[in-house]
Ligand binder design. Structure first.
Ligand code: C2E
Ligand code: MG
Ligand code: MG
Ligand code: MG
Length: 287
């Protein structure tokens, strides 16, 4: 700060940086005890075939902050990654989601997001193995979602870990496909089980012919490589029907359902509590 004295521009830049860092520090401090205080929650978003049959859920973490209300991951996951707290949070998420999925009456698939930090710290393979044993969840029902950020740093170690995870019988999805730098080479390096087309492309469908072509190309790529594709962020039936025409297998987005507490999807996880407008039906898994 001292250096900035008398230099207005630099100082105001400095103090807004200070404020941001201060806010981040407070958030980080609050987050420290959030798990112990039971402030973290999982919401679940349905994943469906392109004809809208739900076959699984993605667990998405939220933080019920005592004064700031319900916070989404964009607010606190980066802070947690920076401080390393994401390792503990990720462990909680995985255990909680797997435990939850074992209570479902139908054997729906469960998707859980992993942070690149979890690949670098802590024993991820040991964790997943332990949680599967402890909860009794069938590994074939679990899919771990990673972004290419996982492979950017320490490529060979990440690859080793992904292979070891797959050897446990779980599936691996590449999330946010198309947004990073070298997704294509990662597709070659590792046999991903699912490709999730980033929602930014879906949002531009029918508005921007580049988006149309990119989405078409990714679907074609998935078909060629025999990797099922999930389109993320599908909000309209127009988008859905485009995807159906292009033979995209799966969709996720507000059109099917928003991320909600699992109780709100009780009719899907326990089909015996009937709700006639939606029907749950696990789809056959690709082997
Ligand atoms: P993601 O894994 O790509 O998850 C999809 C995000 O898109 C979710 O945001 C979801 O609410 C949002 N979304 C789904 N459908 C629609 C739609 O139709 N329209 C729009 N506009 N958005 C839609 P959310 O829950 O805020 O999560 C953001 C990101 O935070 C996730 O992106 C994931 O990368 C990360 N995240 C969430 N939960 C966890 C977690 O437990 N661990 C880690 N490491 N990261 C997590
Ligand atoms: Mg995801
Ligand atoms: Mg995504
Ligand atoms: Mg993401």
């Amino acid at each position: 700060r001292a250096k900035a004295e008398g230099r207005g521009v630099i100082r105001s830049f400095d103090s807004s940086m200070d404020k941001r860092m201060h806010d981040q520090r407070i958030l980080q401090r609050d987050l420290q005890g959030a798990i112990a205080r039971g402030e973290l929650e999982l919401h679940y978003q349905p994943q469906a075939t392109v004809d809208c049959t739900v076959y699984g859920f993605e667990a998405l973490v939220r933080w019920r902050h005592p004064s700031r209300g319900l916070l989404g991951p964009a607010t606190f996951v980066p802070v947690a990654e920076e401080s390393g707290l994401i390792v503990e949070i990720g462990e909680w998420v995985l255990r909680e989601a797997c435990r939850e999925a074992t209570t479902w009456q139908s054997p729906l698939k469960l998707s859980v997001n992993l942070s690149p930090v979890q690949f670098r710290h802590g024993d991820l393979v040991q964790l997943v193995h332990g949680v599967l044993l402890e909860t009794g969840l069938n590994p074939t029902r679990l899919e771990l979602e990673v972004t290419e950020g996982v492979l950017v740093r320490d490529f060979s170690r990440a690859l080793y870990t992904l292979r070891a995870l797959k050897a446990l019988g779980v599936q691996i999805a590449m999330d946010d496909f198309g947004t990073g730098y070298s997704s294509l080479s990662y597709l070659q390096a590792f046999p991903f089980d699912t490709l999730k087309i980033d929602k930014s492309f879906i949002a531009r469908l029918a508005k921007d012919h580049h988006a149309d072509e990119i989405v078409r190309a990714v679907i074609g790529l998935g078909r060629g490589l025999n990797i099922p594709v999930v389109a993320e962020g599908v909000e309209t039936d127009l988008q859905r029907s485009f995807l159906e025409r292009e033979q995209c297998q799966n969709i996720q987005g507000y059109l099917i359902g928003k991320p909600l507490p699992i109780g709100d999807y009780g009719a899907l996880t326990d089909p015996s509590t009937e709700m006639d407008e939606i029907e749950a039906q696990p789809v056959p898994r690709r082997q």
